[in-house]
Write a protein of this length. Structure first.
Length: 224
C-alpha cells in the first residue's frame, strides 16, 4: 500500500461507519415511530371500545324503560319510581343523571293534559319555558326525583331545537337518538349527553300523546 492509499484509508473507513450509523439511526427511528403509532392506535381503539360499551349499556336502559311503557300504557309514577329504583343507577350506572319521560302534546290538548297531570299528583305542574307552540314535549316523569331532576319537571324539550331534532330523529328512524352536550337548568353546571328512545304509539285514540324516554349522562363519566 502506497503512502497516498494509507492516508485515504482512514477517511474511507470513517465514511463507511458514518453511512452505516445513518442507516442504523433511520432504522431505529422508523421502528420507534411504528411502535409508538401501534401503541397509540391500540390505546385509541381500547378507549373507543370502552366508550361504545358504556353507550350501549346506557342505551339498554332506554330500551328497558321503553318496554315498560309498551307493556303498560298507564304506568303510574310510583311504578316508574320503583322501576328506576330497581335499576340501581348510582351503583350500576354512575354516570346517569336521570331517566325521564316526556309527553308529546299538541297545542289544542295542552290545557286538558296539564289538568290531568295535576290531578295525578303534581299539583304545581306547568310547561316551561312559557310560550305558545304547535306542539309540546314536557318532562312529566323523571327519576330520581330529587334536586335538579325535580326542577326539570314541565321542561318542554321541544322548545330546544337540538332536543326536538333528536326526538324527531328517534321517531323517524325507530332507533335511539343521541343529543351531544347539553347544559340546562335541570343539569345545573354539568355538561351532559342525552339520548332519546323512539316514541311508541300507546294512545291510538289520542295519537299525539306519546311518551318519549330520555336519559342524560355526565360527559366526564362517559368519557373516562
Amino acid at each position: 500500500m502506497n503512502p497516498t492509499q494509507s492516508r485515504i484509508l482512514p477517511f474511507i473507513i470513517l465514511a463507511v461507519f458514518l453511512i452505516l450509523t445513518a442507516f442504523a439511526t433511520e432504522y431505529v427511528w422508523e421502528t420507534s415511530q411504528l411502535t409508538d403509532r401501534a401503541a397509540f392506535d391500540n390505546a385509541t381503539q381500547a378507549t373507543r371500545d370502552a366508550i361504545q360499551y358504556r353507550v350501549d349499556a346506557y342505551t339498554d336502559i332506554l330500551t328497558s324503560a321503553s318496554g315498560l311503557f309498551v307493556a303498560d300504557d298507564n304506568v303510574e309514577r310510583q311504578e316508574f319510581r320503583a322501576f328506576v329504583g330497581h335499576l340501581n343507577l348510582p351503583q350500576r350506572y354512575p354516570g346517569v343523571l336521570g331517566l325521564g319521560l316526556a309527553l308529546r302534546i299538541p297545542n289544542d290538548l295542552r290545557d286538558s293534559t296539564i289538568d290531568e297531570i295535576r290531578k295525578s299528583g303534581v299539583n304545581d305542574f306547568h310547561i316551561w319555558p312559557a310560550g305558545t307552540r304547535s306542539e309540546y314535549a314536557p318532562v312529566v316523569m323523571i327519576e330520581p326525583m330529587e334536586g335538579r331532576n325535580r326542577r326539570a319537571i314541565g321542561y318542554d324539550m321541544a322548545s330546544s331545537v337540538p332536543r326536538r331534532e333528536a326526538m324527531e330523529r328517534a321517531r323517524d328512524t325507530a332507533a335511539s337518538a343521541q343529543r351531544h352536550r347539553v347544559s340546562v337548568r335541570e343539569q345545573a353546571s354539568d355538561s351532559a349527553r342525552c339520548a332519546r328512545e323512539p316514541d311508541h304509539r300507546l294512545h291510538p285514540e289520542r295519537p299525539f300523546l306519546r311518551p318519549r324516554i330520555h336519559l342524560c349522562i355526565r360527559v366526564h363519566i362517559l368519557d373516562s
